[in-house]
Design a protein around this ligand. Structure first.
Ligand code: C5P
Ligand code: C5P
Ligand code: ZN
Length: 478
């Protein structure tokens, strides 16, 4: 990484302080978040601790709150390493630290709370954007590099091979949603390329290039809606039959990865021509091409080969109480855990498409400054945020105002997920502040990032919460 870059070298200094503390610990409790970024964070940290010879145990939490932090303290580890969360809960964590229960080490990228602590690695503390320039896995990667530098003189063991997992985490957190990773993330990509574990390719920016048969690839691509293609099975087949590429081999549909570079170019140009002829605006057509991150050491045609597919596979485990499966895959299990993860993925996919259909069918309600839906028990609270984000731009859901989604967490609590867009953040939207303030006003709590945030509130408080959130977002967008 560029030493001349002041914020990055400040982050490296923080990484080194955190690494020093970990090296001084007898044993460490590693606590991480249950999504793709949290799993990859844990896998990076676990591998680095293992290589450094530091004994540790790993736990996952759906949400880090007073109760789960107290349970962590009860484990009686002198040092607790929090990855992909911790910054937002520092007020509570610092109380346990003051009580002498444990020393926290934090590698996170969420909006920090008011309290601070000595071993705190977070891009936002150095003016680096935690929603688009560095993920939890990226912060964990910096820590892993610092740990390697302290614990071994062997340059081959510099932990740069872990850059591939860091990229999966960043992509899973939608940090490449503008077409490519940038900022500190781009430096991690460079590390991965140099270490031979990553390839960066300009390619079709559609999800499923490794595993989906061509018709499904195009039919399900919903980020950019193309009439006659998106959700149109017959349209797709007639389009593919009209292109000068053999899309079938032995009567089976081929996948994008099965095509030669020439065939890919021919098919991509035909797709662009089709989109133009159906009136898709130029700025959307530009988004059909983007940067793909390929994990060079994984088998071609598997979910693990592409950072985006890998991250969805991980969400399919951890968001369904099977973080152990996702972690094992990240740590290299290509047998039992990978097979199990693929089964979980099929279930996750069904839930995502059923969830989006539910939102389209029931619609959203518009307030002055936001739109919302309440899925009750119809959508799992652990994936309602993903569905809220994916539904922006679907039938009846605007991309011009933020979306707030509710789902039942328990009889007493409601989960809230909110999603915005880059342009809205550009005009002042800060969903982390809005969710946090509105939730605390009704006896709950929340936080996250400017573009994506969440909260937990008492059941029944939804109307008052909405009124407050609507007013706060109104002030932000001025
Ligand atoms: O807790 P964590 O930071 O890992 O969660 C980030 C969430 O925010 C992910 O669900 C991701 O999809 C969402 N996000 C988003 N757009 C961004 C950044 C994050 O929807 N640009
Ligand atoms: O759960 P969801 O994907 O909607 O979360 C979006 C972002 O908000 C994540 O970064 C998550 O860590 C954060 N969040 C939070 N406090 C909550 C719920 C979510 O900080 N109570
Ligand atoms: Zn994250």
């Amino acid at each position: 990484m560029a030493a001349a870059d002041a914020p990055v070298s400040e982050l490296q200094a923080r990484s080194d302080a955190c690494a020093a503390r970990l090296c001084a610990a007898d044993r460490v409790l590693l606590a991480s978040h249950i999504d793709a970024d949290g799993l990859t964070s844990a896998a990076i940290a676990a591998t680095a601790l293992e290589r450094a010879g530091i004994p540790f145990e790993t736990v996952f939490e759906k949400q880090l709150d007073a109760e789960s932090i107290a349970a962590i303290a009860g484990r009686e580890y002198g040092t607790v390493l929090f990855t992909d969360f911790g910054s937002g809960q520092l007020d509570v964590i610092a109380e346990h630290e003051r009580a002498g229960e444990f020393v926290p080490v934090i590698a996170d990228h969420h909006q920090p709370a008011d309290a601070d602590t000595e071993f705190h690695l977070n891009p936002l503390l150095e003016g680096i954007d935690g929603a688009s320039e560095l993920s939890g896995a990226g912060a964990s990667y910096l820590l892993a590099r610092a740990l390697a530098a302290r614990s071994t003189a062997d340059e081959r063991l510099d932990n740069r091979d872990l850059a591939a997992l860091a990229v999966v985490g960043a992509v899973g957190d939608m940090q490449a949603s503008q077409g490519a990773l940038h900022g500190a993330n781009a430096a991690i990509v460079d590390d991965g390329v140099e270490a031979g574990v990553l390839q960066e390719q300009k390619d079709l920016a559609i999800y499923g290039k490794q595993t989906r048969p061509l018709p499904k690839l195009l039919e399900y691509a919903s980020d950019i809606r193309i009439p006659g293609i998106t959700n149109d099975e017959r349209g797709v087949v007639s389009f593919l039959d009209g292109v000068d590429v053999s899309c079938r081999a032995d009567s089976e549909w081929r996948r994008w990865v099965d095509l030669s570079e020439d065939e890919k170019r021919t098919l991509a140009s035909a797709l662009v021509r089709h989109a133009v002829s159906r009136g898709v605006p130029a700025f959307k057509i530009d988004r059909l091409v983007g940067t793909s991150y390929v994990l060079s050491e994984e088998s071609v045609g598997t979910e693990l080969r592409d950072a985006s597919e890998f991250s969805t596979l991980l969400n399919a485990t951890a968001r369904y109480e099977r973080a152990d499966v996702g972690l094992a895959v990240c740590l290299g299990d290509r047998d039992g855990a990978f097979e199990r993860a693929k089964k979980l993925l099929a279930n996750h996919r069904r839930n995502l498409s059923a969830g989006i259909e539910w939102v389209e069918k029931h619609g959203v309600t518009h307030e002055d400054n936001l739109q919302w839906f309440n899925a009750g028990s119809e959508i799992r609270e652990t994936i309602v945020g993903i569905i809220a984000g994916m539904s922006m731009g679907a039938d009846g859901v605007s991309r011009d105002v933020p979306i707030v989604a509710f789902a039942k967490k328990s009889d007493d609590e409601t989960k809230v997920s909110a999603r915005g867009t880059g342009p809205l953040v550009g005009t002042g939207l800060d969903l982390s502040a809005a969710m946090g303030e509105a939730a605390r006003a009704v006896g709950g709590d929340g936080g996250g990032h400017d573009i994506a945030a969440g909260a937990t509130i008492p059941a029944g408080a939804e109307p008052e919460f909405l009124e407050r959130a609507d007013a706060i977002v109104g002030d932000q967008l001025g």
